[in-house]
Ligand binder design. Structure first.
Ligand code: NAD
Ligand code: UD1
Length: 343
């Protein structure tokens, strides 16, 4: 049983490749390397001791997708490929609609033409918009405030329509909260190009001296210390959730042929709590200064995890210290990401 992993050279996709290989599945990766390096694929091979067939290609190339699905006898897809930077999406909306929405449309068309009818899709807690209540349950109203978020919502709706058209389709929509951390080996991890947008990679670059200080976006939120609260989840827990979703879909035990579940821990931590946890893990001072709120940020966002526990029989169990420790281990072993290694 071969699982096609789109975006499998990227941050979450590479960890997912390891999890699926270790669980005994064959995988094939498709990635255009627009936001990743093929060194990650060599690292997956080093961790698992297994070959990782990879096609350097674009998911918008439907005939190539059909060729790959047939050649590798794929029975399911885990779909990570897409663009993910919120700020960039407001400047380049067409690139986001094309990569994410058109790309997913081509992928679904290729799957339809080759009879592959199971997909796990990487969605985001961003589809909940401004929380009307917390913790966020899957039936919280959805909305989006930027093109990136709208692509996720459009794709969720597209999957719902396709599932309704034919019960043979099986979709698991996984709404990630804030994935952080790295593989325990320190061989794969998050490798952002340019200035990081997200908190954890920015903190790591302050810790290793690449950046002077962290700007904490807002200290006047109605939260326990005035800074934004998020639900950080270890990437290894996150990909174990994918494995469970795959098993649930493949065994026919899903609650419906298109379900959506949150992948979070249910715990919220503030920006300052993250800074302190990272200082503990790295034994480095993280210099910071308060800055104005960032446009589009919400004060607080964390998951209700009951549905994931029930549907997937899965619960995240790695704590904040493990998330920071594993991130720091990855950064120390790979001070310039996949460009160089400290070994
Ligand atoms: P990533 O950028 O590291 O991985 C995405 C991969 O897809 C990259 O390797 C990139 O080269 C590839 N790719 C992009 N467009 C492609 C295309 N048209 N054809 C082929 N390959 C393409 O990102 P990630 O953090 O691993 O995120 C994976 C998925 O999870 C994305 O869909 C993202 O929107 C979603 N997600 C991520 C987060 C997060 O915080 N990292 C949160 C919520 C949802
Ligand atoms: C962001 C995106 C979200 C996306 C997610 C994963 C926005 C508005 N939201 O979520 O759509 O799914 O990334 O890619 O961009 N922070 C700082 N200083 C920094 C960076 C972040 O104080 O330099 C704060 C933020 O204000 C927030 C918290 O840290 O309170 C987490 O930020 P981030 O890691 O960017 O994640 P989200 O904003 O939750």
């Amino acid at each position: 049983m071969t699982v096609l992993i789109t975006g499998g050279a990227g941050y979450i996709g590479s960890h997912c490749g390891v999890a699926f290989l270790e669980a005994g599945y064959d995988i094939v990766v498709i990635d255009n390397l627009s936001n990743s390096s093929d060194v990650s694929l060599q690292r997956i091979e080093a961790i698992t001791g297994q070959k990782v067939p990879c096609e350097i290609a674009d998911i918008r190339d439907q005939s190539k997708l059909e060729e790959i699905l047939v050649k590798h006898k794929c029975s399911a897809v885990v779909h990570f490929a897409g663009l993910k930077a919120v700020g960039e999406s407001t400047k380049m909306p067409l690139a986001y609609y094309e990569n994410n929405v058109v790309g997913t449309h081509r992928l679904l068309s290729a799957m339809a033409n080759t009879g592959v009818k199971q997909m796990i899709f990487s969605s985001s807690a961003t589809v909940y918009g401004e929380p009307q209540f917390l913790p966020l349950t899957e039936d919280h109203p959805t909305s989006a405030v930027n093109p990136y978020g709208r692509t996720k919502l459009m794709i969720e709706e597209m999957l719902g329509d396709v599932a309704a058209s034919d019960p043979a389709w099986r979709f698991g929509i996984l709404r990630y909260f804030n994935p952080v951390g790295a593989h325990l080996s320190g061989q794969i991890g998050e490798n952002p190009l340019g200035v990081p947008n997200n908190l954890m990679p920015f903190i790591t670059q302050v810790a290793d001296g690449r950046r002077e200080q962290l700007s904490v976006f807002g200290n006047d939120y109605d939260t326990r210390d005035g800074t934004g609260i998020r639900d950080y989840i270890h990437v290894t827990d996150l990909v174990e959730g994918h494995l469970r979703a795959h098993e649930v879909l493949a065994s026919g035990s899903a609650p419906s042929n298109c379900f959506a579940v949150n992948l979070g821990t249910g715990n919220g931590y503030s920006v300052l709590e993250m800074v302190r946890a990272f200082e503990r893990a790295s034994n480095k001072e993280i210099r910071y200064a308060f800055a104005p709120r960032r446009d589009g940020d919400v004060a607080e966002c964390y998951a209700n995890t009951e549905l994931a526990e029930k549907v997937l029989d899965w619960k995240a169990d790695r704590d904040l210290d493990a998330m920071c420790r594993d991130t720091w281990n990855w950064v120390c072993k790979n001070p310039r990401g996949y460009e160089t290694s400290a070994d």
